[in-house]
Design a protein around this ligand. Structure first.
Ligand code: GCO
Ligand code: MG
Length: 416
């Protein structure tokens, strides 16, 4: 028997998981957080937020996962991942993989705290000095969107996602009524929006023509089509956008069928990003192996945690694809903190989405990451560096909220 009491991560008795609980809070929007505690008193946090389906993950954790964690060695991160994935028999899916991610991230947080090391050092150390991020600019029309892009550039951003209104559509995806943030889950039952592709395909190339004219060629520009186009429409948009040299065109068409992306590739060299709704390496596999995308967006909270997403990043690296993690405000600061450590380490990093959280959210989740010169910097505190003020969190009770849906003008259900 080896003497494990001298291990830097403490003895297996100190590492024993003695408690775990789910905290649901809504400081401006809903978040689900898992807190795991060890016998030594060291605890870790994992994000379990699945926008519009929050309580399904909370119940999955409370009813089916937590009892299995008690008594386990918090240091056995891989085995716990395999236990929750293989052992459940029912694999994959957003609810399961978000719950597994919450456990996984909390355990990595504990490992970091016990070792006295920030997460990026556990992963293999720093590969870069800073993490390039992109912000969200939008406007009701081209004029307004361009002014917003200008505001982001003035704030130091080097990469900006731009969305604008479409004539005749009351609520197109991504056009914010707030500054900095776009918060689509705003009603208890899904808001019904109308979608029509022809006007969109006309205005988006004009938007980017104007952005290049107003802001030059240095700033990186991105756009999210949010799964609304058919493959041939997506191919046309990608081709029409070529002169404006986008950093990426995101979710150009629903990715359930990778063949759609082959059609886009045949017609265009605009870089493509996909994956925020994926939850396992098997969702990413065909798109990566067939070199149909350039950036993989599957991130820690919905992709089974650090343990699984690093396998996705390695698969992407084989095919020269880079990471571009989802980072909307419905992913909590715990996910952003963990993602920034991952981004600091991962060799094939591309960019990180950064849609700033509200002041209330930031107060509930104190963190040590910082924004400077268009980049985020992870902190040096042990673990992922994000905490949870439970007293403050209790002042923001859960509010049922669902994402909108989209229909064509004749009423046909469409992809939101
Ligand atoms: C993005 C996303 C978000 C999603 C949201 C859904 O690129 O940031 O598309 O805007 O719609 O995260 O929960
Ligand atoms: Mg998106």
């Amino acid at each position: 028997m080896v003497n494990i009491s001298s291990e830097p991560q403490g003895s297996s008795r100190e590492r024993e998981i003695v408690a775990a609980r789910v905290i649901v809070t809504s400081p401006g929007r809903n978040f689900v957080t898992l807190r795991i505690e060890t016998r030594s008193g060291v605890w870790g946090l994992g994000d379990a937020t699945l926008n519009g389906r929050e309580l399904a993950v909370a119940a999955y954790l409370e009813q089916h996962v937590i009892a299995n964690l008690i008594g386990r060695d918090a240091g056995r991160i891989e085995d716990t991942w395999q236990f929750l994935y293989r052992g459940a028999y029912w694999r994959r899916g957003p609810v399961t993989m978000t719950a597994i991610a919450a456990v996984d991230v909390a355990l990595w947080d504990i490992l970091g705290k016990m070792a006295g090391l920030p997460l990026y050092r556990l992963l293999g150390g720093r590969s870069r000095e800073r993490v390039l991020v992109y912000g969200h600019a939008s406007g009701r029309d081209i004029e307004g969107a361009s002014a917003e892009v200008g505001r982001f550039i003035a704030e130091g951003y080097r990469a900006v996602r731009a969305q604008c209104g479409v004539p005749g559509l009351a609520k197109p995806y991504g056009v914010s009524r707030m500054k900095n943030a776009y918060e689509p889950a705003e009603s208890e039952l899904p808001l019904e929006t109308v979608w029509s592709t022809p006007g969109y395909l006309e205005i988006v190339p004009r938007l980017f023509e104007r952005l290049r004219a107003d802001h030059g060629r240095e700033v990186e520009l991105l756009h999210d089509a949010h799964h609304r186009l058919t493959p041939i429409e997506a191919a046309r948009l990608a081709r029409d956008l070529e002169p404006y040299r986008l950093f990426w065109l995101e979710d150009a068409t629903p990715a359930e069928n990778p063949d759609g992306f082959e059609l886009i590739r045949r017609h265009s060299v605009t870089p493509l990003a996909v994956g925020e709704v994926f939850n396992s390496i098997f969702d990413c596999r065909a798109l990566l192996e067939r070199q149909l995308i350039d950036y993989i967006r599957t991130t820690i909270v919905h992709g089974g945690g650090i343990t699984h997403v690093r396998r996705i990043a390695d698969l992407a690296a084989l095919h020269r694809a880079r990471t571009g993690f989802h980072g909307a405000t419905d992913l909590s600061p715990v996910t952003l903190g963990a993602a920034l450590h991952f981004d600091t380490w991962v060799p094939n990093f591309g960019i990180q989405e950064y849609m700033r959280h509200s002041d209330e959210t930031d107060a509930v989740f104190p963190h040590d990451y910082t924004f400077r010169d268009g980049c985020l910097h992870c902190g040096e505190s042990p673990g992922h560096g994000v905490g949870l003020d439970e007293q403050l969190a209790a002042r923001f009770p859960y509010k049922p909220r669902q994402l909108p849906i989209a229909r064509l003008p004749d009423g046909t259900m469409w992809d939101w």
